[in-house]
Design a protein around this ligand. Sequence first.
Ligand SMILES: [Zn+2]
Length: 263
Amino acid sequence: MIVEQVWTGNAYRNFNYLVACPETGDALAIDPLDFTKCLDVAQERGWTITQVLNTHEHGDHTGGNKGIVTATGAKIIAHHNAGGRIPNMDRGVGAGDVIKVGKTVELECLDTPGHTMCHICLLSHTDQPALFSGDTLFNAGAGNCHHGGHPEELYETFSTQLDRLGENTLLYPGHDYLANNLAFTLDREPDNQVAREMLDRYRDQDPNDALVTTLAQEREMNTFFRLDSPGVIARLQEEFPDIGDQPSPKEVFLKLRELRNRW
Ligand SMILES: [Zn+2]
């Protein structure tokens, strides 16, 4: 499996992806908003884009479908309930479905509601797994729930699915929000040295050559994975005295999501 992360350079800071089979050159385009750039990368690498996967229905993830399909005839894949929201879908997928790319690549669909209720993450069947997380999980952060999502569902997705992923899983999110999210981590947990060092090092990173984190790193610096951290809980209690001495992980998650909205 070969992964190309494509930086769009737009105001929303979207990352698009091409996932290719090294034997056949078939490629899957994930959320190819900047379809011209994706087509250029495929051409440079000698790949043929045969499928498009939209992680969810938002326009900054589906806006390039038409351009890719016109140029390549690729099939559009998305969550099985997204049909009314994503035009011209060819295949609806749900939890456990597998998307094959060429001969060698298998990507398993995770049904991950929260950011929207029709959100798919892809987990590769490779020695070192890779998670294409759309707007569910970001570097050092979690998706918002403003446009068709629910914070409680997002918590369920984290606690029942993302928490179980292996430490060495590579994270490929739908946007570059690393620096901003690390600043939020430090606002919540000022003594988090991992987050501080990472912010110092990557504050001005070139998104064309962005850091790819592992889940192990995320668990050290992503507040939404640090619901048991005494520092996170103590800071929350200052603002929400009602949560008591032993708030549940769900309460902590929901409060963090709320704070992140107005931060
Ligand atoms: Zn979105």
